[in-house]
Design a protein around this ligand. Structure first.
Ligand code: NAD
Ligand code: UDP
Length: 346
């Protein structure tokens, strides 16, 4: 029997690549998503797959999955700042009630639970680079708190489940991740800059652009999540690429790679925007044997090609031959007897 993994938020950007990866290695996958910030098109290539089941459901309302479950990977949550700022109550609900339902499913089936937490738990950090032992510097009442505190609560609930009930858990602190299937309108820095450059519009740098981020290519991030699923470590593990750049450098890199003639304009910095962010990944290297392998240049090239294709824009001449789907190759056998899409609580 193949291991059977339940991926909550599996039709999202990271979740859909995770479904691909798990199917590719032979696992069975149950994807649960309410399509609030994700897209059906992200998993359209999987719905006829023999080992794939798609359930449309809001995990904040409840979670019922029939059959055996070996792993529950909880990625359901708006993740882009404009997305979670537009859905403040839903974001808090999925971090709290959604996480509770996910943990209960894992505990009932004696499955391993992996929480997709975030570098945002460190807030605007006064320790750099961020290690898992750092407790963070978060504004609990600012606009971003709906996301930051939801994830901090989710981490607390995950640890409480583990301590009180012995639930087998792992916590991934995911740092900024990018790649094909980013929603073109999600408002994150990579999708914004790439689309603006491809359209010849000015790139919107918020603030002076000296704030930093460390960008991880999605295939690397997914490999880290799967390593954590397969491991037996509990506490939080940073999963990100320590290659740190200012936002202004990123804008210049995107302009160069697209060959765009776009200018750069500066807009106001959003409230509580972290000034710097870089993961210390010593723990992931040691405990998971994991580290990212994709450099920014090649990751951006695939992302630019993919965003151009899905937006109906011409690819930059230098990226004509880039294969945006080359995140891992084919996912395996399709079937005419696939279970396809189940009822809301199949
Ligand atoms: P995404 O918005 O593309 O994916 C999230 C998915 O969850 C979407 O498909 C959405 O429809 C689904 N979802 C949201 N609320 C739901 C609910 N109540 N019930 C069922 N499904 C629901 O975002 P992403 O970038 O793929 O992020 C995935 C996870 O990783 C999130 O939990 C996010 O917090 C975490 N994360 C991502 C990043 C990043 O840079 N991408 C960084 C840190 C943490
Ligand atoms: N940013 C920017 N221009 C944009 C979108 C984002 O300068 O069009 C900045 C944003 O202020 C932040 C960084 O890029 O400093 C990363 O933003 P993103 O929304 O991708 O993720 P965050 O790390 O803030 O969650």
């Amino acid at each position: 029997m193949s291991p059977r993994q339940v991926v909550l938020g599996g039709a999202g950007f990271v979740g859909s690549h995770l479904c691909d990866h798990l199917l590719r290695r032979g696992d069975e996958v149950v994807c649960v998503d309410n399509f609030s910030t994700g897209r059906r098109s992200n998993v359209a290539h999987l719905v006829d797959h023999l080992r794939f089941t798609l359930i449309q459901a809001d995990v904040s309302a409840g979670l019922s999955v029939q059959g055996p479950v070996d792993g529950v990977l909880h990625l359901a949550s708006p993740a882009s700042p404009p997305d979670y700022l537009a859905r403040p109550l839903e974001t808090l609900a999925v971090g709290s009630e959604g996480t509770r339902h996910a943990l209960e499913l894992a505990a009932q089936r004696r499955a391993r639970f992996v929480l997709a937490s975030t570098s945002e738990v460190y807030g605007d950090p006064d320790v750099h680079p961020q290690t898992e032992t750092y407790w963070g510097h978060v504004n609990p009442v600012g606009p971003r708190s709906v996301y930051d505190e939801a994830k901090r609560f989710a981490e607390a609930l995950t640890m409480a489940h583990h301590r009180a009930l012995g639930t087998d858990v792992g916590i991934a602190r995911i740092f900024n991740t990018y790649g094909p299937r980013l929603r073109p309108d999600d408002g994150r820095v990579v999708s914004n800059f790439v689309l603006q450059a491809l359209r010849g519009e000015p790139l919107t740098v918020y603030g002076d652009g000296r704030q930093t981020r460390s960008l991880c290519y999605v295939a690397d991030e997914v490999a880290g999540l799967v390593a954590l699923l397969d491991a037996d470590i509990t506490g939080p593990v940073n999963l990100g690429n320590p290659d740190e750049h200012t936002v202004l450098e990123l804008a210049e890199r995107v302009i160069a790679l697209t060959g765009s003639r776009s200018a750069i304009v500066h807009l106001p910095l959003p409230a509580d925007d972290p000034t710097r962010r870089r993961p210390d990944i010593a723990l992931a290297r040691r405990a998971l044997g994991w580290e990212p392998t994709t450099d920014l240049e090649s990751g951006l090239a695939r992302t630019i090609a993919s965003l151009a294709d899905v937006s109906g824009l011409p690819r930059p001449p230098g990226l004509a031959d880039v294969r945006p789907g080359s995140v891992g190759g084919p996912v395996g056998p399709a079937s005419t007897t696939a279970r396809g899409e189940g009822p809301p609580h199949a």
